[in-house]
Design a protein around this ligand. Sequence first.
Ligand code: TEU
Ligand code: CA
Length: 552
Amino acid sequence: SQKETWWKETVVYQLYPRSFQDSNGDGVGDLRGITSRLDYLKSLGVGTIWLNPIYASPNDDNGYDISDYRQIMPEFGTMEDFDALLKGMHQRGLKLVMDLVVNHSSDEHEWFKQARSSRTNPYRNYYHWWPAEKGKPTPRWSFFDVNSDAWKYDSLTNSYYLHYFSRKQPDLNWENPKLRQEVYSMMRFWLDKGIDGFRLDAFQFASKDTTFPPLPAGYEKNIIKYYGHGPHLHDYLQEMNREVLSKYNVMTVAEGAGSGPTDAMLFVDPARKELNMAYHFEGVDLGNGPKLYQLAEFKRIYTRWDSAFAEKGWLSIFLGNHDQPRMTSKFGDDRPAFRAASSKLLTTFIMTMRGTPYYYNGDELGMTNIRFTDINDYRDVATRNEYQRLKNQGGDLRAFLTLAQRTARDNGRTPFQWNAAANAGFTTGTPWLQVNPNYQQVNEAAEDKDPNSVLNYFRKATATRRQHKVLVYGQYQLVDEANPHIYAYTRTQGTEKVLVALNFSSEPRNWPMPTGMQTSGQPWLNNYPTFTAGAGNTLALQPWQAVVVPLQ
Ligand code: TEU
Ligand code: CA
């Protein structure tokens, strides 16, 4: 059974610095802004804060294109601001996890400037090059490129360089031991400051077969299969663990971990000494295409992943992040009548599954998609370049914009809604991305005062998880698998057993509990004032009602 450790019991709160709190009126969130909100973060009952990248960056991809790994982005502040933030967190017993973005750097990083300057430059092999005299490179698909082409021709040395993400994000060459040592030394720099861990961005793509063999037609439809798990990926992770991670008491998490649970286990099986936990995209990717998500599929996915990690290895549980639309808009119902209840239900799910909860800032207020109608309102390189690509090809731009209202990443990146004042109290200037107009109703100041708010429910949920270790470690068992509207499961540890019943629909539903199942006492969590275990052992669940109740 699972060994107990702090990073399994903590709740991770993901903080998107650009959108959290602006302290100087330039419209961009910053480190001093975060520091001014530390008491708020503490009040949530979370244990760990994960910051999206705050390093020097030209911001082609909001900090995921790093030009200096040892400097703070000037827009976000200074190294002194960072040290003060870290100190303030540690004083409050909060841990700090940083993003480690080393599949690629910025094209404005000194390494890349050197590398592109001549074929014999000592930094040349920090990146992947294809000399043009060999002809066109074998095709590689790019996530963010306007032509979807991951090879960019660079006339300076008459060569192409590889970029799986945007042109301004050249892929680093992990096959080069010098590059690896530079990364390890940079990791020590931050760890020696006392940070508590790293989230490894897109690292599953780091190792490449540098002969670049041709890939079958249509391979980009299954990109993880072809880009994930390069030949030496796990050698590098084991080396990183040996040389760096094993020397510190920190947590690590892989963003993306291969094509399924078997691949993912390779990252997190403790015997392999690589990383602590991983997150998969199968759950959050539901509903990101033209098709809406189905609860049956959602249940199947989370159940399958749970069972693969029952004895060893560990997962993260999340329904939103900065790459996703708002969880309440996607998995709940964000119309005013159901917004709060469905947000609370999704929070209940995240806090009662086995795996470390990763909770995205703003979800504790029940923030929703902004649904821009104009491409010019978007800031995200992914959305803007995909639009441009379609435009160049004469594609259906209206259909694209409609889908983007449901799926675009900027839906999850709008400024944090602090209060009902101008710009939701995020900035006194012009926000870098528009504030969701619903901030008049949905904001921290109003919700803090309301005992029944989404915010106060989140606080209750973190407290409940802290009090009851069965919610962290207990065995998970799906109940009533076939029910298309109710997601019900039990968690069991020793003699303690608890039922989680979630009505994933905007209708009231009577749910007959399985024979033999008996509730015992008051619910630990309930997002409605009452809870009825009616005649014939039936739970009468209101729209989006969530209850967590002990069983006999
Ligand atoms: O995302 C990695 C990743 O796999 C993305 O392709 C993700 O699926 C995509 O953003 C969905 O649109 C990470 C970061 O989380 C993301 O913000 C960065 O843009 C990306 O790496 C490049 O660093
Ligand atoms: Ca600012």
